[in-house]
Design a protein around this ligand. Structure first.
Ligand SMILES: *Cc1c(COP(=O)(O)O)cnc(C)c1O
Length: 458
C-alpha cells in the first residue's frame, strides 16, 4: 500500500487525533490541538449526558427558539457589569425589572437586580432582610446577635444555605404527614423579635404547590398591629413567579399583600430563558438595605453594585427581554395553559392505570404531576424511576418528602412545552409498562437500586 504523503497524512489526522488518545484530564496539555479536534473531543464526550427532552426532573429551560439563540450567540462578549461600555444593556435590565415589578403588582417605584438565578437573588434578598432587621433593632437599642429566619421544610436547599453562610438561625417549620406546604398556624410559634423575615414558597420543588402566603401575610399584619413586630415576608417564586400571574391572576401572593417586601423569580425556569438568569424585586426602594449597595468607578463611570458576583454575561438578560416582548402577557399565558392542559392529561392517564394517586390535584400548582403508588406493592417509587429510565430513557425523579412527611415517597413529572399531547400518552404508557416489568420481577434488583439517582430536580 502506498504511503500517504506527509501532507495527506496530516490532513487525515487533522481533527481526528483525539480518537486514539485519552482526553486531557489532569494537566493542561503541553501542546495545542487544532480547534476542530478540541471541539469534536468535547462533543463526543457530551453524548454521555442526558437528553433534555426526556428529563422530567428539571424546572430549567432546555429549549429556546432560533431568534433567541441568535441574540444569545451574538452577545456573549458583553460583560454585564460594565455599564460604562454597555449602558443600553443596563437599561434593558432595568426594563425587565420594571416589567416584573408590574407583573407582581408593585404599588409604585421599585428596585431590583438581575442575578445568576434564584439562589443569588435569595441570598441578596435575605441579606437585605438581615440588614434591615439590624437597623430596626439598633435604632431601638436592642441586641442584634441572634437573628433568625422562619421558613417551611418545603423550601429549596438555598434557604438553609443562606442561614449557614450568613450566620442566621434557621427556624424550619416541619411539614405535616399529609400536608406538604405551610400556613400561618405553622409559622406563628416561630416568629419573635429576632425574626428577620418569613420566607414562603410559590410553587414548591416537592409538589409544585404554594404555601398559604395570604394566610401568612395576614398573620404578620396581625402581629404588627397587636405586638408591634414588623416582620417582612419574602416570596420565593423561583418557579411560580412566571406561572401564577398567567394561570391564577386573581390569586393574591405578591405585592398586593402588604407584608410581601421582596420576591425572587428564576428567569431560567418558567421565564423560559436558558440558565443562568434570576431576578430579585423589592416592593419599594426602601426595602433594599442601602448598606448593601456599593459604588465603584473602576470602569469609567460611577455605578451602584448590588450582587454577589461582579463580571458576568449579558446574553441571558437580553434573552429575558426578548421573551418578555416576544411573548407578551398573552404569549406567556398561552404557553402556561398548554403546559397545564398537558399536565391534566398526564394526571388523567396515570389515574386510569388505577395504580397511582396524585398529590393536590385540585389546588393551584406548577405544571407538574406529583404522584405516588396508591397502595404498597412489591416495588416502590424509586424502582419505578429506575425502570422507566432503563426501558425508555425518561428521567423521572423519585424522592422522599421533608421531615414529618419523610415516610412519603414521591414521583414527579414536569410537563414543559416539549412534552406534547402525544408524548404525554407515551409517557403514561411507559410508566405503566415499567410497573408491569417490576411486578413480574418483584421490584428492582439491589444492584439497580444502587444506581438510582435521588435528586428532586432543580
Ligand atoms: C429552583 C429553585 C430555587 C433555586 O433557584 P436557581 O435559579 O436554580 O438558583 C430556589 N427556590 C425554589 C422554590 C426553586 O424552585
Amino acid at each position: 500500500m502506498a504511503a500517504l504523503s506527509d501532507q495527506a497524512d496530516r490532513a487525515m489526522r487533522d481533527g481526528a487525533r483525539f480518537l486514539t488518545r485519552d482526553a486531557p484530564d489532569h494537566e493542561i496539555p503541553d501542546d495545542p490541538m487544532p480547534p476542530v479536534e478540541a471541539m469534536r473531543l468535547i462533543e463526543e464526550e457530551l453524548i454521555l449526558d442526558g437528553i433534555p427532552e426526556r428529563n422530567l426532573a428539571t424546572f430549567v429551560t432546555t429549549w429556546m427558539p432560533p431568534e433567541a439563540q441568535q441574540i444569545i450567540a451574538g452577545n456573549l462578549h458583553r460583560n454585564f457589569i460594565d455599564h460604562a461600555e454597555y449602558p443600553q444593556t443596563a437599561e434593558i435590565e432595568q426594563r425587565c425589572i420594571r416589567m416584573l415589578a408590574k407583573l407582581f403588582n408593585a404599588p409604585g417605584e421599585t428596585t431590583g437586580a438581575r442575578t445568576q438565578g434564584s439562589s443569588e437573588a435569595i441570598m441578596l434578598g435575605a441579606l437585605s432582610l438581615k440588614w434591615n432587621w439590624r437597623k430596626r433593632r439598633e435604632a431601638a437599642g436592642k441586641s442584634v446577635d441572634r437573628p433568625n429566619l422562619v421558613f417551611g421544610g418545603d423550601v429549596h436547599v438555598v434557604w438553609e444555605k443562606f442561614c449557614r453562610y450568613f450566620d442566621v438561625e434557621p427556624r424550619i417549620v416541619p411539614l405535616h404527614p399529609e400536608k406538604y406546604t405551610i400556613g400561618p398556624a405553622d409559622v406563628e410559634p416561630h416568629v419573635d423579635e429576632n425574626t428577620i423575615g418569613v420566607a414562603a414558597v410559590l410553587g414548591t420543588t416537592f409538589t409544585g404547590h404554594a404555601d398559604d402566603i395570604r394566610g401568612i401575610n395576614d398573620l404578620l399584619v396581625t402581629l404588627k398591629h397587636d405586638k408591634g413586630l414588623d416582620v417582612p415576608l419574602h416570596v420565593d417564586a423561583a418557579s411560580g413567579g412566571f406561572v401564577w400571574p398567567f394561570l391564577y391572576p386573581d390569586s393574591e401572593w405578591d405585592f398586593r399583600l402588604g407584608q410581601v417586601r421582596s420576591i425572587n423569580v428564576s428567569g431560567h425556569k418558567f421565564g423560559l430563558v436558558y440558565p443562568g438568569i434570576g431576578w430579585l424585586i423589592f416592593r419599594e426602594r426602601a426595602d433594599l438595605a442601602e448598606d448593601l449597595v456599593f459604588y465603584e468607578n473602576y470602569l469609567g463611570k460611577t455605578d451602584a453594585t448590588f450582587t454577589l458576583n461582579f463580571s458576568t454575561g449579558s446574553a441571558m438578560v437580553l434573552a429575558q427581554y426578548f421573551n418578555l416582548i416576544r411573548f407578551g402577557r398573552a404569549g406567556y399565558r398561552h404557553v402556561m395553559q398548554i403546559m397545564q392542559e398537558n399536565t391534566r392529561l398526564l394526571a388523567a392517564r396515570l389515574a386510569e392505570t388505577g395504580q397511582f394517586i396524585e398529590v393536590g390535584a385540585d389546588e393551584e400548582k406548577l405544571p407538574l404531576v406529583a404522584f405516588r403508588l396508591a397502595e404498597p406493592r412489591s416495588f416502590d417509587e424509586f424502582d419505578i424511576a429506575w425502570q422507566v429510565s432503563a426501558e425508555r430513557g425518561w428521567m423521572l425523579p423519585a424522592y422522599t418528602m421533608p421531615p414529618k412527611a419523610d415516610h412519603v415517597k414521591m414521583l414527579r413529572a414536569l410537563v414543559k412545552l416539549n412534552l406534547s399531547h402525544a408524548l404525554v400518552n407515551t409517557l403514561a404508557q411507559d410508566i405503566a409498562a415499567a410497573c408491569e416489568t417490576l411486578e413480574r420481577k418483584g421490584g428492582a434488583h439491589e444492584s439497580e437500586r444502587a444506581k438510582i439517582r435521588t435528586n428532586v430536580g432543580y
